[in-house]
Design a protein around this ligand. Structure first.
Ligand SMILES: Cc1cc2nc3c(=O)[nH]c(=O)nc-3n(C[C@H](O)[C@H](O)[C@H](O)COP(=O)(O)OP(=O)(O)OC[C@H]3O[C@@H](n4cnc5c(N)ncnc54)[C@H](O)[C@@H]3O)c2cc1C
Length: 444
């Protein structure tokens, strides 16, 4: 207790999980949050007309809800499905696509051909999916989603695809049998099994962060952006937050890693990470009269010649998020601050989406009730090959022994909330052991 506190940067799920764990272990800490509210990308909103919005996260698993203690406040999600619109036809993902003879033949051919290590994302998708499916579906989506040509992207982009086809079939069958949405490709830290399914907390996904934050409110400093981290002899020793410097025993950061790299003084260890790029996104939530606009919860639209590449009608999975007889259609547009779409007003974006959807969803114009637009400059990490070696180095360490970079932006990884939770616990546990070891050096 005589040690200076650990500084935690950010009150999203990662920072709050770390705070919660440190409190349980009796380790003093201060959590600095730049904004006026906790939850970060897991923020939830409800508008006066009864529509609910979650910023990024949409649902979690019952396993995560139980771990955090909000299981009794969650509703089961009965169904979640994704489809792809390609060449005028709609195919469910993944089995509808696999049943297309052209895709199947090219996937089998590429499997039989065998191949060495793929040097780029383009080569990886062609090897694993076959040319036809890669070129018509996967690669146009990867490029729209990352904002970079697939030749410049690392093959690690494909690492998200983890379960084998037979196991995916088993999970889908269990989902149908149990009448709940069993996740497939959501969790990487914990096994995906039939007794784990998607749930949605009453009050939105932010409920998780509020629950984690409750016991540690006394240690949270809102509107206190951390501006500098001081490193001496390879260790973080102090931070400057909201203009005030204070000594710390360690730092746990959830800030975007390129920003973290610029905050650190006294070492060049994090300079390579300042080159990492994120893809910005605009989510245009169209409020509509009626329901059932899409054939599935998510519809991917590769190479459609439009501004968007993905449409989501969350109500297909969570009907309670909109008033009866109404729906929300979320239109994803890849964008960067300052570009043509970023500069448009919310009304202009809503009108653009309605115009561009009119051929796909005839009559949508007369059902439009307005929109709510959410923008983020750091929606997805872009795995460029030019910094792939540095990205892998960050996965091992920041290069400063008592500085952790955790969470989605901190790890520069496309991870969802459950993975963040387990990974953060493991890393914070390691830090607590390090703090104990430096306080009580083992006698020689
Ligand atoms: C489109 C989309 C859909 C998603 N859907 C799902 C889903 O269905 N299920 C799911 O589980 N996950 C989903 N996710 C992922 C999930 O939203 C994120 O993984 C998670 O919310 C990230 O939490 P975090 O704590 O790592 O980061 P954040 O939530 O970004 O928190 C970081 C916090 O740090 C603060 N901060 C930054 N810099 C500083 C500074 N210098 N000083 C002080 N504070 C600072 C920020 O203000 C922020 O509050 C989705 C993400 C996206 C983009």
């Amino acid at each position: 207790m005589n040690q200076p506190p650990v500084a935690i940067i950010g009150a999203g799920i990662a920072g709050l999980t770390a705070a919660h764990y440190l409190r349980q272990q009796g380790v003093p800490f201060v959590l600095f949050e730049a904004s006026k509210q906790v939850a970060g990308m897991a923020a939830s909103f409800k508008d006066p007309d009864g529509f609910s919005y979650d910023f990024g996260a949409h649902f979690i698993t019952n396993r995560l809800a139980a771990a955090i203690g909000v299981e009794s406040k969650c509703r089961d999600v009965a169904y979640y499905g994704e489809s792809v619109l390609v060449n005028g036809g709609t195919y469910s993902y993944p089995f509808g696509l696999m049943a297309v003879p052209r895709y199947l033949a090219s996937a089998v051919k590429s499997k039989l051909a065998g191949a060495g290590e793929a040097p780029t994302a383009r080569a990886w998708f062609r090897q694993v999916y076959g040319w036809a499916l890669a070129d018509e579906v996967a690669l146009p989506l990867v490029e729209a989603w990352s904002g970079a040509p697939a030749d410049l992207l690392s093959p690690a982009v494909g690492n998200k695809v983890s379960n084998s086809i037979p196991y995916t079939l088993y999970l889908k069958a269990m989902s149908r049998m149990k009448g709940v949405a069993v996740p497939c490709g959501y969790s990487h830290e914990m096994p995906e099994i039939a007794k784990v399914w998607h749930v949605y907390p009453e009050g939105g996904v932010a409920t998780l962060c509020h629950k984690l934050g409750e016991p540690v409110l006394d240690a949270i400093r809102m509107e206190s952006p951390v501006e500098q981290i001081y490193v001496e002899n390879g260790r973080a020793v102090a931070v400057k937050a909201a203009g005030v410097e204070r000594r710390v025993s360690a730092v746990i950061s959830t800030a975007p890693v390129p920003v973290l790299g610029k905050m650190v003084n006294g070492t060049s260890a994090l300079v390579p990470f300042t080159r990492f790029r994120y893809r910005g996104m605009i989510f245009v939530n169209l409020r509509l009269e009626g329901r059932g606009y899409l054939c599935d919860t998510v519809l991917w639209t590769p190479r459609n010649g439009r501004s968007y590449f993905r449409l989501t009608e969350t109500m297909q999975s969570m009907p309670w998020l909109a008033p009866e007889g109404k729906t929300l259609l979320t239109v994803d547009i890849g964008a960067q601050p300052g570009d043509e779409h970023w500069k448009m007003s919310d009304e202009e974006l809503g009108a653009l989406c309605i115009r561009q959807l009119d051929d796909l969803l005839p009559g949508i114009t007369s059902k439009y009730l307005g929109c709510r637009v959410l923008r983020t400059a750091t929606a997805y990490p872009v795995f460029l090959n030019e910094y792939e070696a540095d990205r892998q180095a960050l996965a091992r360490s920041t290069g400063v022994e008592n500085l952790l970079s955790i969470g989605r932006h901190g790890e520069f990884a496309h991870i969802l909330m459950e993975d963040i939770y387990w990974r953060t616990l493991a890393k914070t546990r390691g830090l607590v052991q390090w703090l104990a070891a430096v306080r009580t050096p083992i006698a020689a």
